[in-house]
Ligand binder design. Sequence first.
Ligand code: ZN
Length: 486
Amino acid sequence: MTAKTGICLILKTAFLVAVLANVFYGQAIDAEIKVGADGNLIEVAANFPDAGDIRNLTFEREFAGVTGLADRISGIRTVGKDGREIDLKMFAPGEFVAAEPIKAFSYAVRVDPPAESGQAHISWLKDGRGVIYLADLLPLALGSGSPAATVRIAGAKDVAGGGDCSSIGVETFQCSDRGRAAFPISAGFRTLKTKTPGLLLTVEGTWGFDYAAAAAEADKVFAEYKAIFGGVPKGRFDISIMRFAGDVPPGKYEADTRGTSIVILSSDTPFKSQSLQRLSSLLRHEMFHLWLPNGVALSGKYDWFYEGAAIYMANRLGVAMNRTRFDDLVGSLSTAVAFDRTAKKGLSLAGASDGRWDGGGTTLYARGMLAAFILDLELLKRSKIKLSLDDVLRKLFTTHDRRNASKVEATPAIIEAFAGFESTDKLAAELLERAEPLDLTPFLENSGFELSDGGRGLKAKEKPSSREKAILNKLGYNNWRKLSLR
Ligand SMILES: [Zn+2]
């Protein structure tokens, strides 16, 4: 940054702070979101129904590694309380300040699908299909302003999602938090009710898996997590499964769990027989997020915990549900060990959480999964298999359930949750801060596992003791043996 831009930023900050002091209330939005016939343009016409003294419009600039989001906005116009058009200044992409309070505003957003990754994470449309996330289409709620939005989505062929919002009319939704609203769009949707109350499954087109089998799998995974977490998060839930914007080779997928909506974009698997297996694996990961982080009132960045735990639990649940084998779990852990050994020097799990979309992603996933595994093993060992990571997850969800808990900082809350179980809090804190690859050796002692391949992998011991066998069995070793005997 040059000295000149430095000064410019300081002045801008001073100006924004002065203006922001007035805008911490009344930021609920009523909006009409018009999906253009040509597919890649969305027109937004909105107003602030509560008529506060709002002079700032700030839009999301970057999400999940996709940059330039605010550059997609054009033709922004603002109108004051008397209906007169008012002047608006842009201080940076996505940051607008008006000279007078804003009553209504309009703009267009060019929503081409991102060419690389990110189609599951930001709004895009192509040939009348795509995904709308209110988080990157509507202005952000600033400070303690209301994040609510009432939206009418016009011109779309078929709108799915919106689980976190109430449907109040034809394609009209009332959302208490616009940051949690996702609306997949496609004329090819077919929606199925599942046996789980409030859970809908929407599928675009035909796939290698059978629709009824997919719905049954969603029910099963939901029930498993309900038992682990000791309850169900607030709301209605929806899962939308659709194709990417363009042709993508088999085996590619992306998913986002926003509020209570899961959006899965995928190509089908090369073989029909793998299709349900792959869907199950995605559901086991994404549905975990309905509880953590989306079902709890925890703030701050804590991907280090919920991503690692989601990957680990999705793998562990796969074995428990007999969808995968015990050696698949061991194989995934081995891959994580190998990846973690190549992590950037000096990078901790806490640091990787900050740089998740900026090169820290691999460390976050690999070390996060290993941390969850180590904590699970330690709990099993110290408690003589009476306790496991499940108990900590249940404690976290029941204590911080967003329907009745007030928001607290996540990391101290997570460490505290571990404190209640075999004093594993110190270990959790240590795993979070350690700035070098994790050495599993001390944790594998008496666990039934040992390092293999010169420390680059993991395996179950050939001859575990009876106590070690009990731990291995708890993680599904027996299921695997039963399966392999078939
Ligand atoms: Zn995840």
